[in-house]
Each structure stands twice: as C-alpha cells, then as structure tokens.
Design a protein around this ligand. Structure first.
Ligand code: PRE
Length: 373
C-alpha cells in the first residue's frame, strides 16, 4: 500500500482531498494570471491606441512556452505541460480580445486543427473555401489572423499558398506543425463490412494507399474537395442507410458524429503538415526565429549560386529552398527561401542586404518564432 513520509497509509479520500485543495489553488492562480492579462490589454490600449493595439504577441507566447518546457521537472512531459499553458494563454488572449481566425475550411479540416493547436480553443472560427480567401479575409481586416497549409512531409509544398504571397502585403507571424493521423470512419448505424465507397481528399487517399490496398482492395475510393467534406458526406449517407465510409482526422469524426473503424491508417507514421500563421504585423525577435523570403533572381549565369553563397559566408542556416515559375517571363523563376534567424539579427540583415544587390526583387515574407509545440 502507498504511504506518506510518516508511514500513514494514503487512501483514495485523502488523495482526492489533496487534489481538491491543489485544484482550488491552481484555479485561483489562473484567474490571477487572467487579471494580469486584462491589465496588459489596458496598458496596450493606452500606449498604442484602442483601435491599433496589438494583443496577440507570438514572440512572447513562444518565450513563455519555451520557459515552461525548460523548467519542467515532470512527471508530466514537456509537451503535455506546454499544451496546458498554451490553452491558459489562449484563454487570457481571448479575454484581452477575442481573435477571429480564418482558415482553409470547411469545419473539421487539419487546418482547423492547426488553428486550434496554435491559438487554443477560445478563437472565433472562420472557415474559408480556398487559400486565397484566407489571405483576402485577413487583408480586409475581417479576420485578425489566417492559417494556411504550406508543406506536407509526404506530399511536398502547397503551391497555392506560396503563390498567394506574391501579391499580398501580409506577413508570416508563426508556424505550426500537425502530425496527420487518418481514421476510417462510418456513421454509427453502418456496418463497416457493408461499405461500398470510401470518400476523402485525394491527398488523404494517397497518404493511406498501401493500407487501403491491403484492407479494402475492392471498395471504390472517391476523391472529394476535403476530408471534412468526405466525413460530412458519410454522415449524410448514413442517415439514408447507405454504407459509405470516410477517411478524415479526429476533429471531423467528432464534428460529424462518426464511428472510428480503424485509426492511424496513414502509410507514413511520421506524416506531418506544416502550416503558416499570416497577419498584418511584423513580429519582433523571440530568440529562436526563422525568416521566409521571396527572391526573384536575375536571369543570368550563376544567379542562384550568388544568392546562396551569401548564406554560406555569413554562417546563416538555410532550411528550405523552393522554386516556382516567375509568371512574368517564360523560364524565369522565383525562389522561396527559409533560414534560421530573425531579419533584425546582424548576420541575417547582411545576407538580405547582399541579396537585394544581387536579385531583381527580395521580399521579406516574415520573421517568426520557430514552432514550439
Ligand atoms: O504579454 C502579452 O503581451 C500578453 O498579452 C499576455 C499573453 C499571456 O497570456 O501571457 C497573452 C497574449 C499574447 O499573445 C501574449 C501573452
């Protein structure tokens, strides 16, 4: 039997009393923190003006979460502890100002999951039908921030997102990674053995191809506009008694009250998608940042070499290089470059200055904290 230091037996009622006492302390402290956040909002409005005050501060949030992880001694692991603080901060931010977040919809997509992971559950959700609509909603000021997918570890970059930055003045304010877990789902009244069709987004069908070939070789796969839409169709079909399944994530299965037949059916166990947070403000340095650039190279020999050489000479770590057609001249290209550091850091500032002398256009898409969670 478990005992405390004085060797008196520790019983369930004693432990529950202790938990009740701790809960009431934690609750009082969280509210004390929330009062501080309300005061932060008042200070910001007094200093920056009520209309132009910036409430969401990604660099500060990243610093808070990193500190939580650094000082954590367990038994809860660092990520679990950071998730708790993530939601506390999100609730505090919602108290300062409720955030309207536009994302690639419909409800139940992995982009919504990314928005909830990054901003917590206190946001006002604004699902959009397309990536450029997310950009427009934030540019028009109808949403405070937007969330768009930018690359998947199995399927590569999302060209729509990269291309949307060209004509936009929005800045990247943050990044968030989501492990993509797919489930095979049916309506509760449907027997999985009767399933005739499986609906999902074409990318999700591709990410589960080997599993489907092994387990459902004779069932027809139907590509639809998103996996959330696939889940919605499976729910509708279920109401008509039609045996249709969907492949989608957890949020969609909850949203459309579907039953999980099989979970984690993706072929690559580390299948991950990276999303960007887009907004109207530049983000100050957090201490561990990344910068994204859009660079139009001059159409001359060695142009790319001369761009890359700058990074090497100043010891700046380039993490990604994507090439897209320039859309201005045939066989002309633009480069999307990510590197470690903030555009205000001395070495990064020097690289950007040199690139400006060597390229026909350099646009800083944003410096932002490296994803903490
Ligand atoms: O420090 C701030 O600027 C705050 O507004 C407080 C706080 C927090 O709860 O810690 C809340 C929202 C911001 O995004 C960052 C941090």
């Amino acid at each position: 039997m478990t005992t405390n230091k004085s060797e008196t037996p520790v019983t369930l009622p004693i432990l529950r009393d202790r938990i009740d006492a701790l809960d009431s302390q934690i609750q009082a402290l969280i509210n004390e923190r929330a009062i501080c956040a309300e005061q932060v909002a008042e200070v910001k409005m007094a200093e920056q003006g009520a209309q132009s005050a910036v409430f969401y501060r990604p660099e500060r949030e990243a610093q808070v979460l990193r500190r939580v992880m650094e000082r954590n001694e367990g038994p809860l692991d660092n990520e679990e502890m950071a998730k708790i603080f993530r939601q506390i901060m999100a609730s505090c931010l919602a108290l300062e100002k409720p955030m309207r977040i536009a994302f690639l919809g419909p409800e139940g997509t992995f982009t919504q999951q990314a928005a909830l992971k990054h901003f917590g559950k206190s946001i006002i959700s604004a699902p959009m039908a397309a990536i450029d609509e997310v950009f427009r909603e934030v540019e028009a000021g109808s949403a405070n921030y937007g969330v768009v997918p930018v690359e998947n570890s199995t399927e590569g970059v999302v060209n729509h997102t990269l291309d949307s930055f060209r004509g936009s003045r929005l800045k990247i304010c943050g990044e968030v990674e989501v492990r993509i877990h797919h489930n095979l789902l049916v309506a509760p009244n449907i027997n999985p053995d009767d399933v005739t069709h499986i609906y999902s987004h074409q990318q999700s069908l591709a990410q589960c191809r080997a599993w489907l070939d092994r387990n459902w070789p004779h069932v027809e796969r139907v590509a639809v506009s998103s996996n959330a839409e696939g889940a919605r169709l499976a729910e509708e079909a279920g109401k008509r008694g039609q045996a249709v399944a969907a492949i989608a994530g957890d949020i969609a299965s909850e949203l459309y009250s579907l039953t999980v037949v099989s979970s984690n059916i993706e072929d690559q166990p580390d299948n991950t998608t990276r999303f960007l947070i887009i907004g109207n403000e530049k983000v100050p340095p957090s201490g561990k940042d990344k910068t994204s650039l859009l660079v139009s190279a001059k159409n001359e020999p060695g142009a790319l070499y001369h761009l890359l050489e700058s990074f090497e000479r100043h010891g700046v770590d380039m993490t990604r290089l994507e090439t897209r057609p320039s859309l201005i001249s045939k066989w002309g290209y633009v480069f999307y470059i990510d590197f470690v550091g903030h555009c205000e850091d001395e070495s990064c500032r020097l690289v950007i200055e040199e690139l400006r002398g060597r390229a026909s256009e350099v646009k800083v898409l944003g410096s932002y904290p490296i994803a903490v969670l």
